[in-house]
Design a protein around this ligand. Structure first.
Ligand SMILES: *[C@@H]1O[C@H](CO)[C@@H](O)[C@H](O)[C@H]1NC(C)=O
Ligand SMILES: *[C@@H]1O[C@H](CO)[C@@H](O)[C@H](O)[C@H]1NC(C)=O
Ligand SMILES: *[C@@H]1O[C@H](CO)[C@@H](O)[C@H](O)[C@H]1NC(C)=O
Ligand SMILES: *[C@@H]1O[C@H](CO)[C@@H](O)[C@H](O)[C@H]1NC(C)=O
Ligand SMILES: *[C@@H]1O[C@H](CO)[C@@H](O)[C@H](O)[C@H]1NC(C)=O
Length: 487
């Protein structure tokens, strides 16, 4: 076996321009000395779980059911986002690995990351589940999570907007000196940017599985894998209850009055994740032929005018029991039946009592939980929680499948829908005041993420003592290791 001890060289902070982030040498980092012996800094029990594991002398590669793989080497991991076609080398802080040892086609990071910029809201929801929002420097002003709203309001930490992500001058002067990770859904040339592709993934559970991808940047590989297993189990449990329930299976349609610039049409959505949800809830999707997807008029030859398009659209809904209206509106708080009717009427054509869903008042919206700035949690907190989303759908469409005399099966309490609301009800608006974690100021340092390995005086490695059942790392900054061999 070749000794790779030579790679374990203590990291020396290098002087550099003020606008570049300097990672503090803190307790997140492994401490090595000339005595330190060859050891894997990412032992097997702390790795992610996946669909396939390939072992070789030099590395362990773990594949997942979605678009990324992780390859573990002794001192670094390679995280490969195959959906985005990008890879990253993640080196444990405290060691330096010679650049020519690392794959050249991968962007380098020193982990655990310590300060992130989040121009989009989705990563915030995942990081909140992982418990590392104390490592978020700034976030999109549209964030719904109350503690994200507090970051924006109390600390004025608004992440650069999507139009600035390729403006190096602007990024240097805003986030350059303060962050070591810029998380976006499409790539940019910024040296600490990486691409988080959860929403590019068509599958419902696969989207949530991207929690493991973020976990890898924080050495939460095993913990995030266990979180995902729990999310998946919750989904499967609700799905089994819904599919076991006999009786009528209502027909559900996801509808939308689309208006943007000069474009306008009525639409039925069959996005893969919605179809997956509908099937898991034991309801039926609308019958359709591909030409029914968009009901447009004017320059597009489909329909001569809006009235004819709406007539055809409503006739497709004739057999539908429940509609989920996703029409974008500036203020969801004031969107009720009257506003819905204005969206879906034209020159004497509008829903009538003959439409089952309309007469039964079965019109749902996905804006049941919103921020003070009218951001929808449906596009944020719902994404890593498919099990809860399914509970919402079953509770609003087939409550009999969930409840046994008012008690949600296996849970002991009724489920109050979070994201789906009936159009007659008001959305729930959460604000910064709903952030329940203790305010820790705008420049507090994050709690420690302990390295998995500590080196004894004689150079031998010992393992971090942690809860291997949950994979959770010790909290409170206290890192405890197995006893060193007697000198
Ligand atoms: C990432 O995966 C792609 C596709 O499998 C592969 O071609 C590429 O070499 C990988 N990159 C790294 C750095 O491993
Ligand atoms: C980039 O940002 C700088 C600083 O905000 C600004 O002056 C400049 O016009 C921007 N460049 C482009 C191409 O938008
Ligand atoms: C209508 O036509 C325009 C121009 O070809 C196209 O960009 C748009 O996507 C079309 N809209 C629909 C609903 O097909
Ligand atoms: C829409 O087109 C139909 C068929 O050409 C016509 O009868 C109707 O008057 C038109 N409606 C409007 C509002 O223009
Ligand atoms: C690990 O966590 C699980 C689940 O919370 C708990 O049941 C178990 O007692 C913990 N084990 C240790 C050694 O703390």
């Amino acid at each position: 076996m070749t000794c790779r001890c030579i790679l374990l060289v203590a990291l020396v902070a290098s002087a550099s321009a003020a606008s570049v982030f300097q990672r503090p040498i803190n307790s997140d980092c492994v401490r090595v000395s000339t005595a330190s012996t060859d050891a894997s800094l990412f032992p097997n029990e702390f790795q992610i779980s996946g669909t396939a594991v390939v072992n070789s002398d030099d590395y362990t590669e773990v594949e997942t059911s979605t678009g990324f793989t992780v390859t573990y080497y002794d001192n670094y991991k390679v995280l490969n986002n195959t959906l985005a076609g990008e890879a990253y080398t993640l080196t444990q802080c405290g060691v330096s690995v010679a650049a020519n040892e690392l794959p050249s086609d991968a962007r380098p990071f020193s982990i655990p990351l310590i300060s992130l910029s989040l121009p989009e809201t989705v990563p915030y929801a995942f990081l909140e589940l992982l418990g590392v929002t104390d490592r978020v420097y700034d976030v999109s002003e549209y964030v719904v999570a109350p503690c994200g709203q507090r970051l924006v309001q109390s600390c004025n930490r608004v992440a650069p907007d999507s139009l600035s992500l390729n403006n190096a001058t602007l990024l240097s002067s805003t986030i350059g000196a303060y962050t070591d990770g810029l998380v976006t859904s499409s790539n940019s040339a910024w040296p600490t940017q990486f691409t988080f592709s959860a929403t590019e993934d068509p599958g419902l559970l696969q989207r949530a599985e991207w929690i493991k991808f973020l976990g890898v940047f924080f050495n939460l590989d095993a913990y995030s894998s266990n979180l995902f297993t729990a999310i998946k189990n919750e989904f499967e449990q609700t799905k089994a209850a819904a599919l076991a329930q006999e009786g009528p299976k209502p027909v559900v349609a996801w509808i939308n009055h689309f208006m943007y610039g000069t474009q306008e049409w009525y639409q039925l959505s069959f996005a893969a994740y919605k179809t997956e949800l509908v099937e898991a809830a034991g309801v039926q999707p609308t019958e359709f032929s591909p030409s029914d997807l968009a009901f447009a008029w004017g320059t597009n030859e489909t329909f001569a005018n809006q009235t004819l398009a709406l007539e055809a659209f409503l006739s497709v809904l004739a057999e539908v029991d429940i509609v989920i209206d996703e029409t974008f509106v500036a203020d969801p708080s004031t969107y009720h039946l009257g506003e819905f009717l204005m969206q879906f009427s034209s020159e004497g054509v509008f829903p009538t009592a003959e439409d089952v869903w309309f007469s039964a008042g079965k019109i749902l919206r996905t804006d049941g939980l919103i921020s003070a700035a009218a951001g929808l949690d449906w596009y944020e907190g719902a994404i890593p929680r498919p099990g809860k989303v399914l509970l919402d759908l079953v509770a609003t469409t087939r409550p009999e499948a969930l409840t046994v005399s008012g008690i949600v099966r296996g849970r002991g309490a009724t489920h109050t829908p979070i994201w789906l609301r009936n159009i007659k009800d008001d959305p729930v608006v959460v604000t910064a005041a709903d952030c329940t974690t203790a305010a820790n100021g705008c420049s507090a340092s994050p709690s420690t993420i302990c390295p998995f390995i500590s080196f004894c005086g004689n150079g031998s490695p010992v393992l971090l003592e942690t809860n291997l059942t949950t994979g959770a790392l010790p909290t409170g900054g206290k890192c405890t290791y197995a006893a060193c061999p007697a000198a």
